[in-house]
Design a protein around this ligand. Structure first.
Ligand code: ZN
Length: 153
């Protein structure tokens, strides 16, 4: 779209509003024909601008077409609508992953028995055999015994 007065590029928003001319004073003055731009409260988030002559707007407004918000704006006060600058998506935070709390995968009872047997000089395999015989409910395995013994107290 080009301004029909000066030939300058017309803002897309302005063209969408129905203007054929730009916002320069000369072009405004040359093209001003008593049209009224009315902001119509169509919904809460965006106004729709209507370009029509005042009589038409009044008629349509009286028929309840526009809803409550029906403010007649002088055409010279209708500035081009500048879209908000595109927001860059926020940089992903380079935050170190929270270290998982190293919670032991065994119970204090298991650790106590394992360490006890270990101090008696038993190997992990022997510890498991002894534990199975004496405290089977602890469910000790050799892997777990090794883990317990290799963990700091
Ligand atoms: Zn112009």
């Amino acid at each position: 779209m080009k301004c029909i007065e000066c030939g300058d590029e017309l803002l897309a928003e302005r063209a969408e509003l129905g203007f054929e001319y730009c916002t320069k004073k000369e072009c405004q003055a040359a093209r001003h024909r008593g049209l009224t731009v009315t902001a119509i409260g169509v919904n809460k988030s965006a106004d729709v601008y209507l370009v029509a002559d005042q009589a038409e707007i009044t008629r349509r407004g009286e028929s309840g077409e526009f809803g409550k918000k029906n403010a007649g704006l002088g055409i010279d006060s209708c500035r081009p609508v500048v879209p908000p600058a595109p927001r860059h998506p926020p940089e992903p935070r380079t935050r170190p992953r929270p270290a998982r709390p190293t919670r032991p995968a065994w119970t204090p009872q298991q650790a106590r028995v394992v360490r006890l047997y270990h101090e008696m000089g038993l190997s992990p395999r022997q510890i498991v055999e002894r534990a199975r015989a004496n405290t089977p409910r602890l469910g000790l395995t050799e892997t777990l015994v090794v883990k317990i013994l290799s963990s700091p107290r």
